[in-house]
Design a protein. Sequence first.
Length: 174
Amino acid sequence: MKNYDFAARFHLIYDHAVALYSKGQRDASTYFDATQLAFLAANGITAQHMYDYAEDQLNGGEPGYDNALAIELVRRDYFLNAQGGKASKQVLDESKLPAKTEAIQGIEWLPRIIPKAKAKLRGELPASLMYSCGGDRKFLKANDILGAEFLSLIWRNENNDSAIVDWVVKRRGK
């Protein structure tokens, strides 16, 4: 695998997904050929992730290519360095996520986005969930946090939710 050209290859695949979605193709499993799928898998990314970015790009423009790349660079780094390039066999059980209205220290969505971000970081999101979806973006914007920045925070404090909460509270207060 070549590492130096990751961003350029990711951009081509991102644009490819956006073009297919704009033409009405709605099945993520048909978006990519074997070479593209191998590239995505070698970097800890799924076809569904790319589909979700394309869908949101054409339905409001967010998170957009730059944020998608930043998020996937954090995920890729974790995948290659913390997971040794081996995909997790776990999948987050969506039914166990906190409700969208739950709050920690008065911050709605925080109890929900923490396990979602952990699942994204580890490659354990089910196809039905997207990290940096509309609800996540509303939370991130309200708290002045970049999606990739939050994912990096999760990695630094993977087993310390109170440190994550404290960081968000401090950021929110600025």
